[in-house]
Design a protein around this ligand. Sequence first.
Ligand code: MN
Length: 251
Amino acid sequence: MVRILLSNDDGISSEGLHTHYESVRPLGEVIVVAPDREQSAAGHSLSLHRPLRINARGDDWYAVDGTPTDCVNLALNGFLKDRPPDIVLSGINKGGNLGDDITYSGTVAAAMEATLIGYPAVALSLVYEEGEPFRFELAGQFARRIAEEVLNRGLTKGILLNVNVPNIQAGECRGVRVTKQGKRIYGDAIVEKIDPRGREYYWIGGNGLNWVRETNTDFDAVANRSISVTPVRLDLTDFDSMDELRRWKFL
Ligand code: MN
């Protein structure tokens, strides 16, 4: 019997999580361990300075008052230790996790945590633009397909799959592309204003819809109505720079 651990960063009540659950449930036993509230952009943060609490929310549904990383860590190293999953899935996130943004992403961080602990993992995100209705059908269909492929074929140790699905009808999808991580161009990334008491305040995250035009990127695939699958390596070492650095005078 296949066992799946499912988490996310939008919180346990998120529509994307429930769609993901329904989609992969026919594959086996699914255990949900997710944050009790939204934790988007939590990155790969772990709560070390306070206790964490787990609340059962039905059969094999658990809400944790922590980050996505906390959820996966607690589950794999703690209370699900004697029920290890065959695969860890994260999402479906309401919003893309493309290019450099994956370093901020709680959705991808949940998959990273699983990868670090030694489990195959997939992060899934729905790429939508502000004001559009969420269309989860295609992402739900693909969630099951990619999970089946990983379960059948396995994944190289230290590699996770970052999947981004365009927010289109299933019939409009042009296919699946294996892509590389693209690069976003931040426009007016910081909004600077004056509050009602006359003090300046700043808001991070303005216009960031542009990206470096390059084919084979995750951005390009989604813009062309295709599903993007990016293999992401957690070893961040740049091996090409090592020889150059060894020539530096450090002492
Ligand atoms: Mn999110």
